[in-house]
Design a protein around this ligand. Structure first.
Ligand code: ATP
Ligand code: MG
Length: 392
């Protein structure tokens, strides 16, 4: 018996005349995600993705990797056989025996995409349902409230049999590459990895930038950021991580600016430096992880002061989310456990006791003007380290 993989995709179907372009992107992304897993053939027909020709022992790993690819809504293993009724019966009984040996309510949902097949969908559902009912004495047919739905799809190139409830949910979203590029300000915290995941889910390629304050923050803090980038790369295949040396800037701010403005001025440096890096790398926007009111530097006045220094869209996908929702997302995408490791971030080391809650642009500009911002930024940019991050 031959087992294969089918996957469905979501929003691309709405793309009308552009749909083939998105489908090609999705095929490319699947191939590159599976490159190091197994050889395989990936095709799309009638809004379904078929993967076959892979090493049989890799099937579960392939399903797992595919469920992380943006654009795919579900992935399932299926038995495939000839479109002959006796073969279909035999294959279904053999393939489903583990699932149907214990008591359960079931139904068959057949679909005849190939209209040359002799029976219509209803006739096939009834025939296969009867056959399974006879073969497995423990199961009962219940078309209204089944626990297991046996799918039997008669397609161009064969009959596909699987249990609907066994499929793996995908990420949804749009294929990476369909939405140009943005640069994620990636700290070691809970929020920014989630923000990056949300934007890349919309098809946007992401680069990441981290501001690092050696020796105030340790090598372990850097490894934590690399680990977070690795987890994000499970979804994006690869990620360029730029590490910007930030210590000198922080010390200059600490020594020359009022303490209450420290975080705000630091954030303005981060934004300006990220914009320059982004432009150099053809990114069209920055991504950050703020949500309104979460901390003093995330009041609307503070966001105004921070975002005022750049001339590029700042995507803040968490802006209206509660912390608890962000934590749930972080758990779902697998970044939470790494984010809560206790290594300090560059901002936590230099946190003012009483940060300015309602800052004004003019005040911040005045206190910042004692610094040679251009020279400091240039020096930081000259020291940037690029790490190419791949998933484990
Ligand atoms: P996070 O959980 O993402 O660290 P946060 O709640 O700690 O967010 P802030 O410290 O105010 O919030 O930072 C706001 C945003 O600024 C972060 O979400 C992130 O995008 C960016 N940021 C903060 N620190 C750094 C850093 N060291 N390197 C890169 N980006 C940073
Ligand atoms: Mg943080």
């Amino acid at each position: 018996m031959k087992e294969t993989i089918l996957a469905k995709y979501g929003e691309i179907i709405l793309k009308g005349g552009n749909r083939p372009r998105f489908e090609w992107m999705l095929i490319d992304n699947i191939k590159s995600a599976l490159k190091n897993v197994s050889k395989c053939r990936v095709t799309i027909r009638q809004a379904t993705i078929y993967v076959d020709g892979f090493d049989e022992d890799k099937i579960d790993l392939i399903v797992e990797r595919m469920s992380l690819i943006f654009g795919i809504t579900s992935v399932t293993k299926a038995a495939v056989c000839e479109k002959e009724l006796p073969v279909i019966f035999r294959t279904a009984k053999e393939y489903l025996k583990d699932d149907l040996s214990a008591p359960c309510r079931f139904k068959v949902e057949a679909k005849r995409a190939d209209k040359t097949f002799a029976m219509n969908s209803t006739e096939l559902s009834i025939a296969l349902g009867g056959e399974l009912d006879d073969a497995f004495p423990e199961i009962v047919c219940d078309v209204h409230n089944p626990e297991k739905t046996v799918k039997c799809e008669i397609r161009e190139n064969g009959a596909y049999i699987y249990i609907l409830q066994n499929r793996t949910e995908g990420q949804g979203g749009m294929p990476i590459g369909s939405g140009s590029k943005a640069t994620l300000l990636l700290s070691g915290g809970i929020d920014s990895p989630v923000a990056g995941h949300m934007i890349s889910k919309r098809g946007v390629t992401i680069d990441a930038v981290n501001f690092f304050s050696f020796p105030y923050t340790s090598d372990r803090a850097k490894e934590k950021v690399i680990e977070l980038a690795k987890i994000l790369a499970r979804y994006t295949s690869k990620l360029n991580l730029y590490i910007v040396p930030f210590t000198k800037i922080q010390l200059e701010i600490r020594d020359n600016c009022p303490e209450e403005y420290m975080t705000l001025i630091m954030r303005r440096f981060m934004m300006r430096i990220s914009e320059k890096l982004a432009r150099k790398n053809h990114s069209k926007a920055l991504i950050t992880g703020e949500s309104v009111g979460q901390v003093a530097s995330q009041t609307l006045a503070a966001l105004d002061v921070t975002n005022a220094v750049i001339d590029m869209p700042v995507l803040q996908p968490l802006i209206g989310m509660d912390k608890i929702e962000v934590i749930h997302r972080a758990e779902e995408i697998g970044t939470y456990d790494t984010s809560i490791l206790p290594y300090e971030d560059c901002c936590t080391v230099f946190t003012p006791k009483h940060p300015k809650v309602n800052p004004k642009r003019s005040d911040v500009e005045r206190v910042e003007s004692v610094l040679d911002t251009a020279a400091l930024e240039e020096e930081a940019l000259a020291g940037v380290e690029l790490i190419e991050v791949y998933p484990d």
